[in-house]
Design a protein around this ligand. Structure first.
Ligand code: FES
Ligand code: FES
Length: 166
C-alpha cells in the first residue's frame, strides 16, 4: 500500500494495527516525529497529512493509502532551515527539543488554517479572517504540550515568522 512521505513513495505492508507514528519511526526510520503519550494528548507526534495537522499516534498507517505525509524531516535541512526552524533557533523555542518537531508541524498547519479563514475558540470576529495575535497563537497551539515550558519563546518564534511574511 503506497503512501508518499516527504516526497518519497513508501510501501506499507505491515500489521494493519500499526499506527502511522510507528510506521514513520520504525518502518521508515524517520525518528524526527516523537512519541510522547501515544494517546493523542501531547502533540509530539504531529505531522501533516495532505497539508493538515494530525496526531500520528491516533491514526493507522493503512488509513493513508495515496496520502502525502510531511514530517519534520521534510521541512528543511541543517544547511537550509525552514523559516519556522530558524525562528525556533533564534528565539530558543525549545529546551530538550522533544516536542519541537510536533510544534513546528503544528505551527505550519496553524498558519495555513488561519490564512484560509479558519476561526479559533478565541477569535472575536467570525466575519473577518483571523489575525494571529499571541492569544490566537497560544489557542491554536494548545494541542502541543512542552514539558520544558518553552511556550513564550515558541509564541515569539511563530510571531516572527508571521511578521516576516507580512
Ligand atoms: Fe501522539 Fe502524544 S504521542 S499526541
Ligand atoms: Fe522539552 Fe518542549 S522543549 S518538551
Amino acid at each position: 500500500m503506497p503512501l508518499t512521505i516527504n516526497g518519497t513513495v513508501h510501501d506499507f505492508t505491515g500489521d494493519p494495527r500499526t499506527t502511522l507514528l510507528d510506521f514513520l519511526r520504525e518502518g521508515c526510520g524517520l525518528t524526527g516525529t516523537k512519541k510522547g503519550c501515544d494517546h493523542g494528548q501531547c502533540g509530539a507526534c504531529t505531522v501533516l497529512v495532505n497539508g493538515q495537522r494530525i496526531n500520528s499516534c491516533l491514526t493507522l498507517a493503512v488509513m493513508h493509502e495515496g496520502d502525502a505525509v510531511t514530517t519534520i524531516e521534510g521541512f528543511g535541512s541543517a544547511e537550509d532551515l525552514h523559516p519556522l526552524q530558524a525562528a525556533f533557533v533564534h528565539h530558543d523555542g525549545y529546551q530538550c527539543g522533544y516536542c519541537t518537531p510536533g510544534q513546528i508541524c503544528s505551527a505550519k498547519a496553524m498558519i495555513d488554517e488561519a490564512a484560509n479563514g479558519w476561526p479559533s475558540f478565541v477569535s472575536a470576529d467570525l466575519s473577518e479572517p483571523p489575525t494571529l495575535t499571541p492569544d490566537e497563537i497560544r489557542e491554536r497551539m494548545s494541542g502541543n504540550l512542552c514539558r520544558c515550558g518553552a511556550y513564550s519563546n515558541i509564541v515569539a518564534a511563530i510571531a516572527e515568522v508571521l511578521e516576516a511574511a507580512r
